[in-house]
Design a protein around this ligand. Sequence first.
Ligand SMILES: Nc1ncnc2c1ncn2[C@@H]1O[C@H](COP(=O)(O)OP(=O)(O)OP(=O)(O)O)[C@@H](O)[C@H]1O
Ligand SMILES: [Mg+2]
Length: 211
Amino acid sequence: MLELEGVTRRYGRKVVLDGISAIFPVGLTLLVGPSGAGKSTLLRLLATAERPSRGRMSWAGEPLPAARKALRRELGYAPQAVDLPEDLTAREFALHIAALKGLELSAADRQFLSITQAIGLHADVNNRIATFSGGMRRRLIFAQALLGAPRLLALDEPTAELDGETARRVGALIVDRARSAVVVMTTHLSDELAPEAAAVLRVEAGRVAAA
Ligand SMILES: Nc1ncnc2c1ncn2[C@@H]1O[C@H](COP(=O)(O)OP(=O)(O)OP(=O)(O)O)[C@@H](O)[C@H]1O
Ligand SMILES: [Mg+2]
């Protein structure tokens, strides 16, 4: 379980997250809300890619920053936008991430192939990322987040740019992981996964409310 208490994030004078208190239990939590509301900023905080300006966070009952390392060891993070290493193949990139995560590489490779099979990226894993479309990049970013067995998954619009059938396949994997992990994902298409979600939170102007 991940817990936030009075979390505020400012950029200069601009308050982007305004005193957010929320509990993210095992299961799927959807973050919805308009563009610019602060969803990605909130996910970056959950993924410890940024720190709150104020407020407290805890992971598995232990407060950050002491628990930051423990959280990172159990984290899979799919950012909304990220520069990928264009000259690597998808598979090389996945192995690079696996190495950074300290995973056993042959097991991680098998896992990557099985994930990419499930989301229709299998045929392209040995191709250079430079040749990838937007939807292929999105699925690669999603697949690397799943490597290992993260107990915390922070997924920023994992189904954006995907056709309906592919988005459903990605959604099925997310729902499967949410049976044993804390999964927090942002989406603009709230209808599809909402019935499977433990909670749907609406982020609006830096505040969070049950939707
Ligand atoms: N590094 C930054 N410096 C300054 N302002 C920032 C920074 N990152 C985000 N913001 C601002 O914070 C606000 C929230 O942005 P954020 O990316 O979290 O929104 P979002 O809800 O994810 O939007 P979208 O649905 O378009 O992805 C925006 O006004 C944005 O301009
Ligand atoms: Mg965003």
